[in-house]
Design a protein around this ligand. Sequence first.
Ligand code: ADP
Length: 380
Amino acid sequence: MTFPVVGIIGGGQLARMAHQAAIPLGIRTRLLADTPQDSASLVVNDVVLGDYRDLDTLRRFAAGCEVVTFDHEHVPLDHLRTLQAEGVAVRPDPDALMYAQDKGLMRARLDALGVPCPRHRLVADPADVAAFAAEGPEGWPVVLKTTRGGYDGKGVWVVRNEAEAAEPFRAGVPVLAEEKVDFVRELAADVVRSPHGQAVAYPVVESLQKNGICHEVTAPAPDLGADLAAEAQALALRIAGELDITGHLAVELFETRDGRILVNELAMRPHNSGHWSIDGAVTSQFENHLRAVLDLPLGDPRPRARWTVMVNVLGGDYPDMYHAYLHCMARDPGLRVHMYGKDVKPGRKVGHVTVFGDDLDDVRERARHAAAYLRGDITE
Ligand code: ADP
């Protein structure tokens, strides 16, 4: 058999890093991207430009691919089912992907599995949100989420009263209300599962979010009890199995003050919480995602160092990040830099840096310093 072509729908940085993982394996990637300037279009030579919502474009793209997988979760399920009926392998399966596309369906399925979640229900209008607040001990504020189409905190509102609850309903998409969890921190349990059922679990990580965007990930999550870590990994593996997910699954979690974990959401693709694994684990999330969708044996997910810290580089006011390399590289030869080839716009994820080692404070300081310097927040 010749080396397979893995089709990736979406041209963002996740596709770019998946391509990077494919190179040493000799696996070829084909991209369905919006523009030649997309992060992954800049590095993949087999690019189909077109609209992932158009069935004929998807057909043209999928022809000759061993398997089709994703950089984002927004492809219409009906189109994916049609491709499957025409013989295309789609991983994860649309029957699993639907739970990542729709937060209402996801909550209902997790409830049915008995998975602990924040108190929640679908709400019809601002008065219904007020009723929801009155139904539980937490009251206001309430978290409102559009069930579809959100990412990086877009589509999430924290509202303090009925008047503030009007905005989320304007899009005309069903709205999910959730108690605002008073969490100690956010965690992620990342696992990878292949079609024949092999699965691996990465160490549970701590993720620090600001304004709904992931800023920093520490692997493994510091001071997480062995029992809670094992419980989170077992929960993620169980969800992957029950939903028959293939490829990478990120289970975003809240750790509560009384030592429980609640599921925030599921992502069925490589995820920001796993970027540390490129430098910090024996096998990265991207390589294991590729192995899984091809039904190859999975690689060792264990960390290479005691601590790994990943900090996202967000666009600041200073567009010339290359200029900052001189300082960052001279200061820290152990620094790992990953840039996505994207234009610098304020707040946009344009890259990440990773540092690993034995001393958590040192590793964290170095990663934070480099990210802040690249962004232009500090000058020495
Ligand atoms: P997205 O799909 O845009 O990533 P999430 O559902 O993950 O949205 O929410 C983004 C962030 O908002 C979370 O990482 C968390 O910080 C906060 N958040 C979401 N739901 C809740 C909740 N029920 N209670 C408290 N904070 C929440």
